[in-house]
Each structure stands twice: as structure tokens, then as C-alpha cells.
Design a protein. Sequence first.
Length: 174
Amino acid sequence: MAQFVVNPRRFDPYKDFRFKLKWDGRYVAGISKASALSRTTEVVTHREGGDPSTDRKSPGRTSYEAVTLERGVTHDLDFEQWANKVWNLQGGDGAQVSLADFRKDVILDLFNEAGQIVISYQLFRCWVSEYQAMPDLDANSNAVAIQTLKLENEGWLRDPAVVEPTEPSFDVPA
């Protein structure tokens, strides 16, 4: 059975505001929000002939919810370039989809308050199903312009190699 080392000094859960998303081997700039990693397994019900009053249940197909990313609008082209690999209007006949590389594996890292990586998930075979380049614009608003990217995926796994780090201490010897 797998064993893990627990930090006996940490009682607080990790915060949800320290995270980074990585694709193509580098962190993507400015992501301010990522939706939850969620999966659902269908329930298959059946009955046995000799027991008509009781349903039996077993697991069926598992599906993984899409992950939506949000970030402020900047000159960084990462979102748009990936979205254009799935559908490029200017591609012409037969060149609208980049079949060789429209899918990517993505890594979602969570950090503690000291900036140490504490949990990492790999999302497999992601591709862009929705892209919002610009939000509704409102001259009476006082908000950041946000663009969104919705990533379909075929599953995710937690990286067991990422273990709980030793947290830094500012204790000063006497």
C-alpha cells in the first residue's frame, strides 16, 4: 500500500488562488481562474430474474468535464493560437484544423503560500471547444477584460511524484 509523509505542522487546507497552468513545457501567462476538475461515472442498473424487487448497480462510462480557463486580455497569443488549431477560418479547404497538434497534455500545479508546488494534475489530450477572445464591452463598467478558453479532455491524473514539501520556517536561533 502506498505511504505518504504527512506534514504534522500543517493543519490548514491549501488555498485556491496559488496555481499555474503549463502546456508545451512552459507556464501560460496570466490565468486568473480555472474551473474544477470533475468526472462523472454513469450508473448501470440491472436486476436478477429471481429478485425482481431489488436493483443492482454497477459503474458504467466515465466522462470528464471540460475545464474553463480565464485570464485578462493581453497581447499574449497562447489562447488564440491554440484555438486556431481547432478551427482556423483563413485555413482554406482541408486546412481549417491542425490535426497533427490540436491536442495537448496540460499540467495544473497548485502551490502553497510559500510558492512550493504541493499538488500537480496532468490533463490528457485536451483541445479547445470554446474560445472567447473578447468579453462584452461596457463603457460604464470598471472591470478587466477577460478572455476564456474551454478545454475538453480525456481524463486527468494526479502526479504521485509531487509530495508535500518541507515548509520553510523563519525561526531565528537564540
